[in-house]
Design a protein around this ligand. Structure first.
Ligand code: FES
Ligand SMILES: [Fe+2]
Length: 427
């Protein structure tokens, strides 16, 4: 459980909050580049970390994020005219470039230098590896771009990104993404070996261990395998919120949750193209693979047109099918995404963690919260997060293997050494 003060520390990310400042030290995924499809395209509204921004792409094709309210008298720059390397406010014609410079001020005397004294708040933006990223921290602290696993691939721009908005604080979704103990329950169908005939639940208990790393932490879950071996699944968590699950995902697959404000967040799934020699791994007992595609239900992933909300959402109880719940799986919902979304949003916009009861299966969640809160606290004391200046630290690899090694620390040492050597050899 968390005290109310710690819950606020973990969950609040507006400008000036400790966690908000911590998030602002990172390049964060913001848009799919096709949201700004071409130079001088229509500007769009975008909200992140509690800030309302307008995103646009200038005549040179450069993306930019600018404050919503015009610095003159506050009209929304959403209505701005995107023209000749700048966005022109339609109220009195002030015009700003992607760096926030006021490049025209037609209602002031030509000889006035007032326009040089006005600057709009803008944030650096860059198209990179299938996403448009934003950096919202102090300009002098702007770090290099992170080199997540898929970013290091030559075909990184072919990465498939899915994005939508969810109705809860980011931390609830993040907790779900590192919580391997729900996978054997929430996401399984009754045909999976996890369940015996008649849908009787098997024990989903597993031995777990965590370890902090230079990028965040790793979380290993161990089950017994035949002949005295162990079956390991190791999830990686890279700061601030990128998680990679080993099983059923291909190399480089992962999920970001990014605070939109304290009560909603952006969800991004990242799927790099399949490698030529890559086996397609599918677990037939999952009610949908990452994207829910195992069930032919267009509503599983669909968005309500013109919005970032999914068709299945909290207002329609995710279209729960109670008959399906009796006969097919516990949730009555198809697909991992609808299942995860339903349980994490159902906690309420910001869950009061002073009322929870954490057990041994919740170790990873405790580690994640402590790490984030510690990092945010350290930043308040003037200690910058080291990872942002080590872009290669973001390059992580989860694990899914059978081994005779039963000790997680030794197992991870072996894996990390081999993985780092192979990455170094590719550079
Ligand atoms: S409010 Fe934008 S130019 Fe006046
Ligand atoms: Fe899940």
């Amino acid at each position: 459980m968390l005290t109310k003060a710690d819950n606020d520390l973990l969950c609040r990310t507006d400008a000036g909050t400790p966690m908000g400042e911590f998030f602002r030290r990172f390049w964060l995924p913001a848009l799919i580049p096709s949201e700004l499809p071409h130079a001088d395209c229509d500007p769009i509204r975008f909200r992140i970390l509690g800030e309302d921004l307008i995103a646009f792409r200038d005549t040179n094709g450069k993306p930019g994020f600018i404050q919503n309210n015009c610095p003159h008298r506050g009209a929304s720059l959403f209505f701005g005219r995107n023209e000749e390397a700048g966005l022109r406010c339609v109220y009195h014609g002030w015009k700003f470039d992607v760096d926030g410079n006021c490049v025209d001020m037609p209602n002031e005397p030509a000889e006035s230098d007032f326009k040089h004294k006005v600057k709009a708040q803008t944030y650096p933006a860059v198209d990179y590896a299938g996403l448009t990223w934003i950096y919202m921290g102090p300009p002098q602290k702007q770090p290099p771009l992170p080199e997540y696993q898929w970013c290091a691939r030559p075909d990184r721009d072919q990465t498939t990104i899915s994005k939508w908005m969810q109705d809860s604080n980011y931390a609830q979704a993040l907790e779900g993404n590192i919580d391997s103990s729900h996978v054997g329950f929430l996401h399984k169908t009754f045909s999976h070996p996890t369940f015996r005939s008649g849908g009787r639940l098997e024990n989903t208990q597993q031995v777990t261990a965590t370890r902090e790393t230079d990028f965040g932490f790793v979380y290993g879950a161990r089950r017994n395998a035949p002949e005295g071996d162990f079956y390991w699944r190791v999830t990686t968590y890279a700061l601030p919120t990128f998680t990679q699950i080993a099983s059923q995902s291909r190399a480089g697959n992962g999920i970001f949750v990014i605070p939109r404000d304290d009560e909603t967040h952006w969800w991004f799934t990242v799927r790099p193209p399949a490698l030529p020699d890559e086996p397609q791994r599918r677990d037939p007992g999952f009610a949908g693979i990452l994207d829910g595609s195992a069930i032919a239900d267009p509503a599983t992933l669909g968005l309500i047109p013109g919005t970032w909300r999914r068709v299945r959402n909290k207002d329609n109880d995710y279209m729960i099918d109670r008959q399906m719940q009796r006969t097919y799986n516990y949730t009555g919902l198809p697909g991992n995404r609808a299942q995860d979304q339903a349980v994490t949003e159902s906690m309420g916009a910001i869950f009061d963690r002073s009322t929870e009861h954490l057990g041994a299966a919740d170790t990873a969640i405790i580690v994640m919260r402590r790490l984030l809160m510690r990092m945010a606290g350290r930043l308040q004391d003037g200690n910058e997060p080291e990872i942002v200046n080590h872009p290669e630290w973001f390059h992580t690899q989860p694990m899914d293997l059978t081994s005779e090694e039963g000790d997680f620390q030794r197992l991870w040492d072996q894996h990390e050494r081999a993985f780092k050597a192979s990455v170094a050899a590719q550079r």
